[in-house]
Write a protein that binds this ligand. Sequence first.
Ligand code: 6CS
Ligand code: FE
Length: 302
Amino acid sequence: MLDRTDYYRSREDIAGAMYPRNEPVVHGSGKAGGLLNSQQIKNYERDGFLWLDRFFPQHMISSFLEELDVMAQDRHFCEREEVVMDSNRERIRSVFAMHEISSAFDELTRDPLLLDMVQQLLGGDVYIHQSRINSKSGFSGNGFEWHSDFETWHSEDGMPEMRAISASIMLTENNPFNGPLMLIPGSHEYFIPCAGTTPDNNWEQSLKQQTVGLPPQQAVSTLAQKHGIKAPTGPAGSLLLFECNTLHASNRNMSPWPRANLFFVYNSVDNRLVQPFARTPRRPHYLAARDRTEALTPHHRA
Ligand code: 6CS
Ligand code: FE
């Protein structure tokens, strides 16, 4: 039985119609006085995402891609539970908990400028709910179906409210051909219940190919017809901030150029996880933090 008092009920026999979100998009009084100006805040509020071209200098970013390349050569590393291989088992698709594996990634989660913007939008202190690198090798990197991250994090991790942000840092150029993230502006305003019950260890399958928690195509189509689809592109070092409930997807990488993006998911310290609302067992720590949830403090750039 699902929790009937749950405002964001999903994963039931049939998918109900979408309905308005319950929380504000920008939280607290943190709007003024942070790094983001009023126009940027308005754009984020309207679209559910904000693109910051060349936010990090390229010399800051190149070492992270080099670290990923070294990891990818290490067969033992690729056997770790945090590593998800592509369906052909040849290339890395995702590495989770990068900030727990590498101190350089951990320090980047606390970059003072990034932390300032996230705190401004979430209205206070934050911690890392999840970090990952999604890597799409040239000619082979698979895509991701349309989905809301919050629908998964609410159902399978017990994230109570929509008060989390993904910061996606481009480790390589994202161009129109190598599978950039596609987003539907304005989709963050609606919760779309998804049909289908959740298997206990769903993540063992969903991180390779998501089949549960997918919104009905009719709902995606309605929102795309109304708002269009955006696929921000730019050089390595660019930053995409997107709200936890913004619908997003990405295509296979059919180009010769690799695409690797680093994701830090910041959750408000006032939105710590409870029991999964789908009544499934808790997911592993490397997907959903329950212990390391103290407020992040800035780590100043060298
Ligand atoms: O299950 C998760 O947490 C992951 N699944 C997707 C499709 N996006 C967010 C997250 O990395
Ligand atoms: Fe996602």
